[in-house]
Write a protein that binds this ligand. Sequence first.
Ligand code: MN
Length: 480
Amino acid sequence: MTNSQYVPTIGIETHVQLKTKTKLFSAVGNDARQAPPNTLISHIDVGLPGALPVLNQAAIELCARAALALNTDPQKFSWFERKHYFYPDLPKGYQITQYQAPIIKGGFLEIEAGGRTKKIKIERANLEEDAGKNIHPAGADYTLIDLNRAGTPLLEIVSRPEINSAAEAKAYVRELWLLMKYADVTDGDLYHGHMRFDINVSVARAGDKLGTRSEIKNLNSFRSVEAAVAYEIKRQIELLEKGQKVIQETRGWDEAKQKSVAQRGKEEAEDYRYMPEPDIPPLELTDKFIEDVKAELPKLPPQLRRQLDKLGIDKKVTEDILDRQSIVKPILDVLAAGSPADARRVAFWLIHAQPAETEKVGIVEPEIDSARLISLSKMVDGGELSSTAAKAVFDELLSSPEDPMTIAKRLNLLQVTDTAAIEKIVEEVITENPKVAEDIKQGEMKAIGFLVGQVMTKSQGQANPKVAQELIKKQLDLVE
Ligand code: MN
């Protein structure tokens, strides 16, 4: 029996950390990346008796943007509930979340996988607070608790189980990441867990109803989502092939071994005793609020792809550009003020300016204005700079306020297009290489490259090679 006789079904739940300045219910800083443990906390975050949460309006705006990015409107009416469970990193004994009336219902995003476009629908997305963190120091017989993250706003986005392969799963999480980043909903710092993915995987024989699913929680990279889904599909098919059953369970992903492992203590069906949160009134959004958010929604990847298409570049390159948000604007600025050829040239300079480490923090992208980029590109068009020299000038531009011409002159990189100057060098080269010159005259045009090379060497790379070639032909009487 082959794998094609099994149909994998995958649903993905994503926790997106919203980029608000303060927490969801307290006026405490939200960015805990550099903060020492338990320094970003208040009476509300640690759940002191009588502490009253106040809803952060900025978080609601970000949820509204997220809804629009997912091709739907936010719900005009939603409310919060308490989800009860006991865990040391949750001092209140409950999480404030949304259950019956989430802020987003429906919506979809489009992915490209296996050469086709596919729509993945969103079931719902709810706004909730994050819990703290338990830290287990190696070898210690105690656990440390850091509550900096407690109360951080999260949007939990639940896909419909419409994903059918590891490649589609990876495409889904990447597209969701792009949408949330470009909609300015999250900083999207995967390294610091700004997006965490829970995958539900089951396989069934073609034609059968859904199989039993397993869940792997808290994956934090596209690669691990892809690998974990692929592993689970394979593991479950192997069990079924042996006539065994898939157990419904939560499994852990071992990144080092690239395999999932059963986690001990199979949980029973939990009863969270949801109840309406009495301290936060239900949320009602006006039409004006939604219209205002719509009016300020930044350009999103689907629209940007259509614009970048005008550069005439490979789809793969377009995606590389989208992975690095900060280079998109300069490229589109150049496209608007210059030509597609300028924009294409600038795109390649910018892509290669730094490695695309999209999944790490701390990448500082260069800021250069489009006017200087366009004039640099025009210098290549006009034969004043070779493409190698242009790259060197571009590298200087990143750290210098000078215009490209000044830099090119300072670095002595300007190409000599002055015919008289090149003519002299060509004469020398022909005199020094009589045999090659004769070969060329006899029709061995390949040999002309050698002479052009000699001209380039003698001019220290500054001669315009096209001009040099023409002059060689002229001097050897090969053209009128
Ligand atoms: Mn959640």
